[in-house]
Ligand binder design. Structure first.
Ligand code: DHE
Length: 559
């Protein structure tokens, strides 16, 4: 399967280029200019999956030479030098069944040859990013005492959608009641996620370039009130949500440098940076364990911080930042995205290279289970509902398999006691038309379960979403062709239908139709009951829309 576009993130687009300059003696030669160009392409297109140091994670190890001894004593070695330029060119151009993207229509022949030569060189090491660097980047645009003391607009904030306009480096705030764009704001490059303050007033964004912003929705018009750089490559951010600590702190996780940082929740003033470098669950030292998903607990003053390469899940206790306590829970590799189960006691996170989902019990601070699933689970935040036959379940789609897995989760409610025997097992796999799913979603008021498949290589599948009837999950899903339903003319590039998100009432589902940067994209809104199109938002400012975050549902983890 080819996961085109998924891994071609502009991950380190603005990375400073003061890096080590080692040339591998036996690698094909590169001029200084070629090397500079290749560095940029590598950081824009490859680092998200293969890592800055090229140790591999979602993608393979790309060091010139590697050697390892397996647990049974078998010695293995490999590397890009061994593969050589011809073979590497083919892999880059045509991709692999292991999930490598085909770049023959993204890069030119010359660029492919350049990259094949570049990855035989010793990896370039980007600079570290200290607390001082962070403080130097911090901008307090509107101090707290100059901000409104009450909401100055009439917008129903609970139903606002924060929508990532990926390649535009912007965020659209859309009024969910009127379906009108409220404001488009500048953010970091390719905002990965938006999260909400516990109060529902502030939207936090995190760009792939490490820029975090805080937007205040109490002004007449949404206003960016502070920004700070977390590092050069980031994916996650969340506030403190425990009673008494609401919005006091913000945490941000970076891919480079591998660390998390804690800031003031209202001003973003940097407070502390903690490195995640250390041992993997296999006992090896890893120099680049990137911070993947982060979520705030409401059970304790803690964040759940998932460290990709080490497979360690950190419970970071923010009740005393000066004397920070963190519990490291061993799980499996490589940790990626996840969400709460229905009871909000267990955090479920995909360990995508192990084909497992790890469940952390945030009450006891221990691993509750490692659940075996189909290939490459990718839940987004997952989706919770009560299965007519198996009781409470949390679900995940898969990048590498044509199913959605439903995992039975525990409940303290006595009416669900009879399902206990199913807990932490995949109780059903819903059949999808192909692999390449990224996000699933449902809502407590809905009888429908939505799944996308944007990474499927077939246009028809990637441009559609699939809706299951939760009263009869054995029925095949209804296919909704979002590209056709948008009414927009067909384009050469596939327009991926991505990330279903509900409105606050749970009666509308919003889907991004993610087209090329120069093509008109859209947000297509469906009636959840009738599955008919209610509205198509095709404003020219809607450029490459991807993630959508409804204020209320994001604040309260409704999914
Ligand atoms: Fe994501 C969530 C990392 C590519 C859209 N993505 C996440 C999270 C991580 C992550 C760690 C969890 C954040 C959290 O909850 O705290 N994503 C990565 C990558 O490393 C990867 C594979 C490659 C890269 O270089 O970035 C990647 N992601 C993509 C895309 O190409 C997507 C489809 C489009 C885009 O905007 O870039 C994409 N990722 C998303 C979205 C979420 C997300 C919409 C949040 C889902 C939610 O419901 O919370």
């Amino acid at each position: 399967m080819k996961l085109k576009g998924f891994m071609s993130a502009m991950a380190l687009a603005t990375l400073p280029m003061a890096m080590s300059n080692a040339f591998a003696a036996d690698a094909p030669p590169l001029t200084e200019d070629e090397r500079a160009q290749a560095k940029q392409i590598y950081f824009e297109r490859c680092a998200g999956c293969h890592g800055v140091l090229r140790k591999g994670a979602t993608g393979k190890n790309l060091e010139p030479h590697w050697a390892k001894t397996l647990a049974d004593g078998t010695k293995m070695e490999g590397g890009t030098l061994k593969l050589g330029t011809d073979r590497l060119e083919k892999i880059i151009a045509y991709g692999t069944d292991g999930g490598m993207v085909n770049y023959d229509d993204i890069l030119t022949k010359e660029e492919i040859n350049l990259m094949a030569r570049y990855i035989q060189q010793t990896p370039d090491v980007p600079p570290e990013f200290s607390l001082k660097d962070m403080k130097d980047s911090w901008k307090l645009i509107v101090p707290v005492d100059k901000r409104p003391t009450k909401q100055l607009n009439k917008i129903n904030l609970k139903n606002v959608f924060a929508i990532t306009l990926r390649d535009a480096g912007k965020l659209a705030l859309v009024d969910g009641d009127t379906h009108k764009i409220w404001k488009v704001l500048d953010t970091g490059y390719a905002v990965h996620i938006s999260r909400l303050s516990a109060s529902g007033r502030y939207v936090y964004t995190v760009g792939r370039d490490g820029l975090t912003t805080i937007i205040d929705m109490w002004f007449e018009e949404p206003t960016t009130v502070a920004s700070v750089r977390l590092g050069s490559d980031a994916r996650s951010v969340d506030v403190s949500k425990f009673k008494g600590f609401e919005d006091k702190y913000l945490i941000g996780g970076t891919y480079w440098p591998p660390q998390y940082s804690i800031m003031d929740g209202e001003t973003l003033e940097p407070i502390k940076i903690v490195s995640t470098r250390g041992q993997t669950v296999d006992g090896e030292y890893h120099p680049e364990p990137r911070v993947a998903s982060i979520v705030a607990s409401t059970t304790k003053p803690e964040w759940v911080v998932n460290v990709k390469e080490t497979g360690q899940i950190l419970l970071v206790d923010y009740s005393d930042i000066k004397n920070l306590k963190s519990t490291a829970i061993e799980s499996a590799k490589f940790l990626h995205d996840g969400g709460w189960d229905g009871s909000k006691r267990y955090f479920m996170v995909a360990a995508n290279a192990s084909n497992k989902v790890a469940a952390v019990d945030t009450k006891t601070g221990k691993l509750a289970a490692l659940v075996d699933t189909a290939k490459i689970p990718h839940p987004g935040r997952g989706a919770n509902f009560v299965h007519p036959q198996f009781g409470p379940v949390w679900s995940t789609g898969h990048l590498g398999a044509d199913v959605v897995s439903l995992i039975s989760t525990p409940s303290e409610e006595s009416k669900y006691a009879k399902y206990k025997g199913n807990n932490w097992k995949v109780v059903q796999e819903l059949k999808m038309p192909g692999a390449g799913n990224l996000f699933v979603k449902t809502h407590p008021k809905s009888k429908h379960f939505w799944a996308d498949a944007p990474m499927n290589p077939e246009r028809e599948i990637a441009e559609s979403v699939y809706v299951f009837d939760m009263n009869d999950l054995n029925k095949p899903p209804v296919q909704l062709n979002v590209a056709k339903d948008s009414g927009l003319p067909e384009t050469t590039a596939i327009r991926r239908a991505v990330q279903p998100e509900y409105n606050v009432a749970g009666n509308e589902v919003w889907i991004s139709l993610w087209g090329g940067k120069k093509d008109q994209s859209a947000i297509v809104i469906y009636d959840d009951k009738t599955l008919k199109v209610k509205k198509v938002i095709t404003d020219p400012s809607i450029v490459t829309p991807t993630g959508k975050f409804n204020v209320f549902n994001t604040m309260h983890d409704v999914y």
